[in-house]
Design a binder for this molecule. Structure first.
Ligand code: URP
Ligand code: ZN
Ligand code: ZN
Length: 461
């Protein structure tokens, strides 16, 4: 397909100008003025006058088809990536899980089979490590060479995902030596476990106790420890789903010392807060995620971190569970509510509205936070994460003036509620190209399951 995108306002992490973009096959081949004069026969022309033309979003934190909390996340790679495309995300990095006794390649094969034939957009994998005896350490390098160059470790969920500090140190050392990156779920899960048991023993079973048993101090301690271990291992570290100011201050302090500490936050921590748990009945279960939603006072601090680059990335941690039958598993015990929430579809519009429209970040930073920074940190750049000659034609035509109301009635995620029900946002994804093919146009899905390809990521430092 040869497609000319005409007269759009092209925004990358560093540029902002009006131009035409010529796409031929899977890549951008030319950027300039009046390209119709020289582009020859075209399959399609898209008029982008008055629209932003931005790099396809990269969401480096999703959980499609994840077995968790006695059930599985309700979006699989087909429904979840279709919803992502509707929202202007053209690449996800999902989390494969290595269970006890499995080799890393056995684990990866399971996630390949979940994604292949289903994903509508490109995808990569991080690997969650749960079982790392010394003889397996070499597999880390092997996986990095296969394009899986980042790993997630958990300081939380004892008995399920938690690994101890010694394992963290060994994994960081092995990953760093081979050019890989450790992503850390940083919360003191051992202390949290005690708090959870105490709360339940006192008959505190409602969803809000999920938040009340996971204090910000537990997260900040985890972040501090993760960075300290990384420093000893001579390794970079990337903190996932950072939710609060106390934890952010730990990242800031490390970065001020020049340490290679990186962190992401997610829209839920910018737009939702602890009050969600105080709703009547069991409604609060919709917001049971880890870390939990925090006091509203954290939000402006997170925005400040995003503006000043102490936070580099905006991911979603998309991990949806239906309210009926899934969240309901914890109706009488908050610790049995599957942890996670939906979000992959509305990241770009929410951040445009809350960030750019509200004057908190500029357009370049919007692109950097939703696409470019993740591409650079996770070894996808410049194939993805920018609009440039030779880069994949992952392009979003975004109407900066149109508004939409987020609702379960109109979203495409396979989940029976929206965490942002009724929220009105300015900024609508209009047309989406994935490797040169139109996958969304005028609110209609034009892609197909299985089109998405696994992306082998490069080393990350
Ligand atoms: O509650 C969450 N965040 N669920 C997904 C798993 C994780 O820890 O990222
Ligand atoms: Zn996590
Ligand atoms: Zn997650």
């Amino acid at each position: 397909m040869k497609i000319l995108i005409r007269n759009g306002h092209v925004v990358t992490a560093v540029d902002s100008y009006t131009a035409d973009i010529l796409v031929d096959g899977s890549a951008v081949v030319l950027i300039g003025q009046d390209l119709q004069k020289i582009s020859g026969a075209l399959d399609k022309t898209v008029d982008a006058t008055g629209k932003l033309v931005i790099p396809g979003g990269i969401d480096p934190h999703t959980h499609m088809d994840l077995p968790f909390g006695g059930t599985s996340s309700s979006d699989d790679f087909e429904t979840g990536t279709r919803a992502a495309a509707f929202g202007g995300t053209t690449t996800i990095i999902d989390f494969a899980v290595q269970y006890r006794g499995q080799s890393l390649n056995q684990a990866l094969d399971v996630w390949f089979s979940k994604a292949q034939g289903k994903a509508a957009i490109d995808y990569g994998f991080h690997m969650i490590l749960t079982d790392l005896p010394d003889q397996r350490l070499a597999e880390i390098k092997n996986l990095i060479q296969q394009g899986v160059s980042s790993f997630k470790l958990f300081m939380a969920y004892p008995g399920i995902f938690l690994v101890d500090d010694g394992i963290i140190f060994k994994a960081m050392t092995a990953a760093a030596e081979a050019g890989g990156l450790i992503c850390m779920h940083a919360e003191n899960g051992v202390v949290i476990d005690v708090l959870v048991r105490r709360a339940l023993a006192e008959g505190k079973t409602a969803p809000k106790y999920h938040a009340l048993t996971r204090p910000t101090r537990a997260e900040a301690e985890g972040v501090h420890r993760a960075i300290a271990i990384a420093e000893m291992a001579n390794s970079p570290v990337y903190i996932v789903h950072l939710s609060c100011y106390e934890a952010l201050k730990e990242v800031q302090a490390a970065r001020d010392l020049g340490l290679p500490a990186y962190a992401e936050t997610c829209p839920q921590y910018l737009f939702l807060d602890y009050a969600c748990y105080e709703q009547d009945g069991f409604e609060g279960a919709k917001y049971v995620m880890t870390p939990p939603l925090r006091d509203k006072s954290n939000q402006e601090q997170l925005w400040k971190g995003l503006r000043g680059n102490d936070l580099q990335v905006l991911s979603t941690d998309h991990c949806p569970f239906c309210f009926k039958e899934q969240k309901e598993l914890g109706r009488n015990d908050f610790s049995k509510i599957p942890n996670g929430g939906p979000g992959v579809e509305h990241r770009m519009s929410l951040i445009y509205d809350g960030g750019v429209v509200q004057g908190r970040i500029n357009l370049n930073r919007f692109v950097e936070l939703t696409s470019t920074a993740a591409a650079k940190i996770f070894g996808l750049f410049p194939k993805k994460g920018t609009i440039a000659v030779g880069s994949d034609a992952d392009i979003v035509i975004f109407d900066p003036n149109r508004e939409q109301t987020i609702s379960v009635k109109t979203h495409h995620m396979r989940v029976d509620y929206s965490a942002y029900e009724g929220r009105r946002v300015r900024g609508v994804v209009e047309t989406v190209l994935s490797r040169g093919n139109i996958v969304v146009e005028n609110g209609e899905f034009k892609g197909k399951p299985g089109y998405g390809q696994f992306v082998r990521r490069g080393t990350v430092h």
